[in-house]
Design a binder for this molecule. Structure first.
Ligand SMILES: Nc1ncnc2c1ncn2[C@@H]1O[C@H](COP(=O)(O)OP(=O)(O)OP(=O)(O)O)[C@@H](O)[C@H]1O
Length: 937
């Protein structure tokens, strides 16, 4: 804030200091034109120099005519301004002055004196207050210039209704347009306006004359208002012609210089700016600061124009010389003034050049901006094109995406349909599979239940057999206890007898003691007699020694005879075995016994088939079986008598012990080292199991016989080791009846033959060492429980497998060194009934087929053996049964077949079939059996 804030000359009434401060701020912009604002300098703005000013400066200094012309003009002016009253009042032609009240401020007063200028100032100040500059030139860019611009376009533009028009100048228009356009469009900072644009008035050649007149007028300013025009050079002098028209001291330029080549430009009243005379001038930085000095005021200008001149020379009307000297003085003054103005003009020129370069820079900047704008437009257009292309591409992409989405939807729909179909199919397959699995599980559970049931049945059988065994043991133990009790009773009796005897003896001894006492005397006499005898015997001692040697010799002879007798006995045992084997061979290596079981209580006599045994009282080798009734051609019914002869026929009344007596010789052959095979053949329910495995069947009796024989042979030097196996052949599979019941029908056993040693080996079967007959009974019970038993319509309890009890007998004679290995095979064949009779189906049909096939194979093997061809093929491998019995069916074995016969009429057909089959077997001659024995080295 400078000191002008409180200066009433600077701030007119009604204008705030702030507003004025803005105006002063704007005036800080270098504005050389303002510093020397006067008509002469302002005319240099547009480069048009007023005649007689700068352009005439040189001419003034060079030529005199020009000076004369000026001088003439001045004289003319002086002549026109004749002396007037010195204290003439203010010209009343000025309406502004007339309207100005007397008490107005200096500014207002000054404004009133020059109405148009005052108004201009007011309008400019107001415009500045309203911020009007900021719209065009920028705030503070041209504050004071607006005041000095005579025809500012700003006033015309920004003040509606203003009638003042600014003469169009290229500089003004250019700068204004450039600044406004740039300031508006790009937001650029408003460029400072050219200091000469608005501050320099339009050049008018008449202004010089007006200035001169004005200087004169200023010399005549009334003294009563000295503050108004303290600075006559910088004060805003009234220039408006109208303001001077009424003043006779200021003739119209046209009147002063009617011959001026340039016509006077019409100057409007408002186009003349008025500067604040009290306002401190600012010196542009590029000009040296100088304090304007007041030029020496000519004498004729110090007061009223003309009258004072004449007043100085009273009494003289006109002094030519004086006038000329005055004129010369004036001219000198003018010349000095003009020089000074020339300097200012050169400064202004420099300023103009500076602004021109500035304008060029601005134009270049504008061009660059224009180019940039064009490039930006081009880029904008390119971007728009790219945007259009991108939008088109986006539309295409969107369309393609919609198409792709439709395709995906359609594909997904198809895939979902196919997936649903596949899932439906998979579901059906899973359902079917699940049903199959359920069915399999059901079958599996049923089979497991059946297996569990069979296992329970077997366990029950085992428990039953165990209980039976325990019962037997208990019975045996009871018998043993009975025997012990009996023995103890006998011992007690004998002890009682001994006690009685002892008592009796004691009594006798007492009696003898008494007798001995009485006989003492007798003894003494006897002793004496004995002494006499000893003396006599000592005399015959040699004769006694000889007698003793004779007795010893006799005893040695007796021992030798005993040893010879034993050796003869052993030879006789060996001879017995040979003779026994020869007897068996004479009887045949394959023999057939027929046994007819008795009718059961459940079988009425009417159902018994008529059978006769013609030689029952003698050898009992024949059986007559009456066949079924047959009608001949004449219609008579008859029965065919079928007679069968075998090695032995046992009727219904025969017991197992009777049968065993006949086969005990074969059991002895096994002990002697032969392979013996005894098997029972017959239909279901014919008594096979009863004959073989009952409590008094062949197997227990054979084992008993073997034990008894083995014990009897121990005194002859034989030691026997017996081991047993029990297997079954079921559906052409081998099961171990002494093994784990759970492994039956599951575990596989193979049959292998040692052809050189003639031994048969079954893999993975249990071998039991038989050390007592009771052990054999237990084994039979367990094996019977394990046998595959299935109910059929033909028999309530039917053995559907072939059971084979294998008893291996290994004997060694530690005296003779003989060794024997015999095998006794006791076979209980499965039922031989025909398929039509059994009415078997399913699993039972399969069993029956396998049974019949194996029995047929057995017949084929026997038939092949009967043919006796050396090296002929024997079809042992046609069935597991014949393959298992390969070394027990042949030349080195003894075979006995029981053909079991049911007495029932219903079984007659099967009975006849079995008898016919047995007859074929009995007629077969199998080669000589070989003993499986060797002499120990
Ligand atoms: N000699 C006999 N004395 C008394 N009863 C007998 C005789 N033979 C058989 N039986 C009885 O006849 C029935 C059937 O006999 P068994 O079971 O031995 O016939 P099977 O031929 O072995 O039949 P499957 O072939 O079905 O085993 C049994 O009850 C048995 O006790």
């Amino acid at each position: 804030m400078d000191e002008n804030v409180n200066n009433p000359d600077i701030f007119p009434a009604g204008a705030s200091p702030q507003t004025q401060s803005r105006a002063s701020t704007r005036s800080r912009i270098p504005h050389p034109g303002l510093r020397e604002m006067n008509p002469a300098t302002t005319n240099s703005r547009s480069g048009i120099l007023p005649p007689g000013s700068i352009a005439n400066k040189g001419s003034l200094s060079r030529t005199g005519p020009s000076l004369e012309v000026v001088t003439k003009g001045i004289l003319t002016m002086l002549a026109a301004t004749r002396p007037k009253p010195t204290n003439a009042p203010e010209p009343k032609k000025s309406a502004s002055v007339c309207r100005q009240p007397a008490g107005a401020t200096n500014a207002r007063t000054r404004g009133n004196s020059f109405a148009s200028s005052t108004t201009r100032v007011g309008s400019t100040t107001s415009r500045a207050t309203n911020g009007g500059f900021s719209n065009t030139m920028g705030y503070g860019s041209r504050p004071a210039s607006a005041m000095s611009r005579p025809n500012s376009s700003l006033s015309g533009r920004k003040t509606p209704g203003a009638s003042i028009q600014r003469p169009a100048t290229s500089l003004d228009t250019h700068a204004e347009d450039g600044a406004s356009v740039l300031g508006k469009r790009k937001g650029m900072q408003s460029l400072p306006s050219s200091p000469t644009r608005s501050s320099l008035p339009i050049g008018n050649p008449n202004d010089l004359h007006r200035a001169i007149s004005w200087n004169e007028a200023r010399q005549r300013v009334p003294k009563e208002a000295p503050g108004r025009y303290a600075d006559p050079l910088n004060s805003a002098l009234p220039r408006h012609p109208q303001g001077l028209e009424g003043n006779p001291s200021f003739p119209h330029p046209k009147k002063l210089n009617p011959k001026a080549s340039t016509p006077a430009r019409p100057v409007r009243q408002s186009s003349i700016p008025i500067l604040n005379p009290t306002r401190p001038r600012r010196t542009p930085s590029y000009l040296p600061a100088s304090t304007p000095e007041k030029p020496p005021v000519p004498l004729f200008l110090s007061d009223s124009p003309t009258s004072k001149i004449f007043d100085q020379f009273p009494g003289t009307e006109w002094n030519q010389e004086r006038k000329e000297s005055d004129m010369e003085q004036i001219m000198n003054t003018l010349m000095a003034k003009m020089n000074e103005q020339g300097q200012h003009s050169s400064g202004l020129k420099e300023t103009v050049e500076l602004y021109k370069s500035r304008i060029n820079d601005l134009e270049n900047a504008r061009d660059k901006l224009t180019d940039a704008n064009a490039s930006l437009r081009y880029e904008t257009d390119a971007l728009k094109n790219q945007l259009n292309i991108a939008e088109a591409a986006l539309k295409d992409a969107r369309r393609e995406q919609e198409i792709a989405i439709d395709d995906l939807d359609r594909r997904q729909r198809i895939e979902m349909e196919s997936a649903s179909q596949n899932s439906r199919k998979e579901l059906e397959v899973l359902k079917a599979r699940q049903q199959d699995e359920l069915e399999q599980l059901r079958r599996k559970f049923e089979s497991e239940i059946e297996n569990e049931k069979a296992m329970r049945i077997r366990e029950l059988g085992q428990l039953t057999s165990k209980s039976v065994l325990d019962t037997q043991k208990a019975e045996i133990e009871l018998e043993r206890k009975d025997r012990e009790i009996t023995m103890m009773n006998n011992q007690l009796a004998s002890l009682k007898a001994d006690l009685d005897r002892e008592r009796k003896t004691t009594h006798e001894l007492r009696h003898n003691l008494d007798t001995a006492g009485s006989n003492g005397v007798t003894l003494e006499s006897t002793i004496r007699a004995l002494k006499a005898r000893i003396e006599f015997l000592e005399g015959g001692r040699e004769e006694q020694s000889q007698a003793f040697e004779r007795c010893n010799q006799e005893m040695m002879n007796a021992l030798a005879e005993t040893e010879a007798t034993k050796e003869k006995l052993r030879r006789e045992e060996t001879m017995r075995r040979k003779l026994h084997n020869q007897v068996q061979e004479l009887k045949g290596n394959i023999r057939v016994f027929c046994r007819v079981r008795p009718s059961l209580k459940s079988e009425p006599a009417s159902e018994i088939a008529p059978m006769q045994y013609p030689d029952e009282s003698e050898e009992a080798k024949e059986i007559n079986v009456m066949g079924p009734e047959e009608k001949n051609s004449l219609g008579s019914v008859s029965r065919k008598n079928n007679t069968f002869s075998f090695d032995r026929v046992f009727g219904p009344s025969a017991q197992n012990t009777d049968v065993f007596d006949e086969i005990s010789q074969l059991v002895q052959s096994a002990l002697d080292g032969y392979n013996v095979c005894i098997f029972c053949y017959g239909q279901t329910g014919s008594g096979k199991t009863h004959t073989m495995s009952s409590r008094d069947g062949m197997i227990p009796l054979a084992v008993h016989q073997i034990y008894e024989t083995a014990q009897s042979l121990e005194e002859k030097g034989w030691r026997y080791k017996m081991t047993g196996n029990f297997v079954e052949v079921y559906n052409e599979n081998v099961n171990d009846l002494l093994g784990n019941p759970d492994e039956i029908d599951k575990k596989k056993h193979e049959i292998r033959h040692d052809m050189q040693r003639g031994k048969t080996i079954i893999t993975d079967i249990n071998t039991v060492e038989l050390d007592s007959p009771e052990m054999v009974k237990s084994i039979l019970k367990n094996a019977d429980a394990n046998r595959s038993v299935a109910a059929t319509k033909a028999n309530e309890r039917s053995s559907r497998s072939h059971s084979v009890f294998i008893l291996k007998l290994i004997g060694e004679n530690h005296i003779t060194g003989e060794r024997s290995e015999g095998t006794l095979n006791l076979v209980d064949l499965a039922g031989s009934e025909r398929l039509s009779h059994s009415q078997a189906t399913g699993e039972r049909l399969k069993e029956t087929q396998n049974i019949n096939r194996s029995l047929s194979s057995l017949g084929d093997v026997i038939a092949a053996l009967g043919q006796g061809k050396e090296g002929g093929h024997i079809p042992y491998r046609n069935s597991k049964l014949t393959y298992l019995l390969q070394f027990s069916l042949g030349g080195n074995s003894k075979t006995l077949m029981f053909v079991m016969v049911s007495p029932l009429q219903a079984h007659l057909s099967e009975t006849l079939t079995s008898l016919k089959f047995a007859t074929k077997v009995s007629l077969t001659h199998i080669g000589t059996a070989k003993k499986q024995a060797r002499v120990r080295d």
